[in-house]
Design a binder for this molecule. Structure first.
Ligand code: COA
Length: 321
């Protein structure tokens, strides 16, 4: 059986740091409230000249260099984003052009903060079917461009960034062992960006993220718990078999609540949301890249990646590194 193995990771964060104290000058909030209620201390914000593909291409170049794979060898570029450079061409085609990856097919995948887990599931399926042997998978978002900086319920949560992985075929029992992706479109109105699409091309409803924080929080806790339990079961494993959990980095209370409930110790859960906030589709691949570079992932380790987000959607992948 063919499997998809990650052979290189990379990430890119814009340099500008915005702290909680900075935000307290824009809205009625404070560092203590944000830290206590979310765990976030600061986030990165891209400048006006930087679009999602600019971050994505840097992450991609790093992942390709790590994998020692040239852009020409890539057969598919899959970019998970809900903040594309423009409606079309896809951000994947823009990145293909910047990389000069001329032999690759390229398309975007829209599953918001679940994007990377949806993308990994999709990429793994292409590899398992034998269709492609080398895929570049990017998770990139610049949601700070879609924040209402007068809404303290949303502007404190998000940051910009990109993460990327190169996947290659293996016939060994390693790489992506199992995947799951799910959607609950009936809850879609709890987290939306209504303006700019074909329903509202003139953005009469605004061009900002709108969220029912309490409802999304409840969903997130349920989705994270369910995705972890189900992916482990699907792979025939136990919680105790997992070496590292890399959940979507949205809110430390969501992660702590689920870890406690499932009996997962803190050392086994990778967290970097204090530095970057919620970077949407980029959060899991940035965390994966950092965990790897910090020496927290060794060959043979079992990892669970999981994500949840607008749609509403959630998904998970289990990987033998
Ligand atoms: N600073 C200070 N006070 C704030 C605040 C802020 N940034 N945001 C809300 N508050 C206030 C509220 O107005 C409310 O005040 P009140 O009691 O006087 O009405 C109080 O704090 C509690 O608000 P509440 O909405 O119950 O807070 P919360 O504990 O649910 O936290 C979120 C709000 C947004 C942090 C939380 O709901 C959340 O993280 N939801 C999930 C969001 C998410 O992860 N989305 C992305 C998914 S991919």
């Amino acid at each position: 059986m063919l499997r998809a193995k990650i052979i290189g990771t990379g990430s890119c964060l814009p340099p500008k740091i915005v702290t909680n104290d900075d935000l307290s000058k824009l809205v009625d909030t404070n560092d203590e409230w944000i830290r206590e209620r979310t765990g976030i201390q600061e986030r990165r914000v891209s400048d006006a000249a930087t679009a999602t593909s600019d971050l994505g291409v840097v992450a991609a170049e790093k992942a390709l260099a790590k994998a020692k794979v040239s852009p020409e060898e890539i057969e598919l570029i899959l970019v998970c984003t809900c903040s594309p450079d423009m409606l079309f061409p896809s951000t994947a085609c823009i990145i293909q052009d910047k990389l000069n990856a001329k032999n690759a097919a390229a398309f975007d995948l829209s599953a918001a903060c679940s994007g990377f887990n949806f993308g990994l599931t999709t990429a793994a399926s292409f590899i398992e079917s034998g269709k492609y042997k080398k895929i570049l998978l990017v998770g990139a978002d610049t949601l700070t461009k879609y924040l209402d900086w007068t809404d303290r319920g949303t502007c404190i949560l998000f940051g910009d960034g990109a993460g990327a992985v190169v996947l290659e075929t293996t016939d060994k029992n390693e790489g992506v062992l199992a995947s799951l992706i799910r959607a609950e479109g009936n809850l879609g109105n709890t987290l939306t960006m209504p303006g700019g699409g074909s329903r509202d091309p003139e953005e009469k409803n605004g061009r900002f993220i709108k969220m029912n924080g309490k409802e999304v929080f409840k969903f997130a806790v349920r989705a994270l718990e369910t995705s972890i339990k189900d992916i482990i079961k699907l792979a025939g494993k136990e919680i105790g078999d997992i070496d590292l959990f890399i959940p979507h980095q949205a809110n430390i209370r969501i992660i702590d609540h689920v870890s406690k409930k499932l009996g997962i110790s803190k050392e086994k859960v990778f967290v970097n949301l204090q530095k970057y906030g919620n970077t949407s589709a980029a959060s899991v691949p940035i965390a994966l890249d950092e965990a790897y570079r910090e020496g927290k992932i060794k060959s043979g380790d079992l990892l669970v990646l999981s994500g949840f987000g607008a749609g509403l959607t959630y998904g998970a992948n289990i990987i033998r590194w």
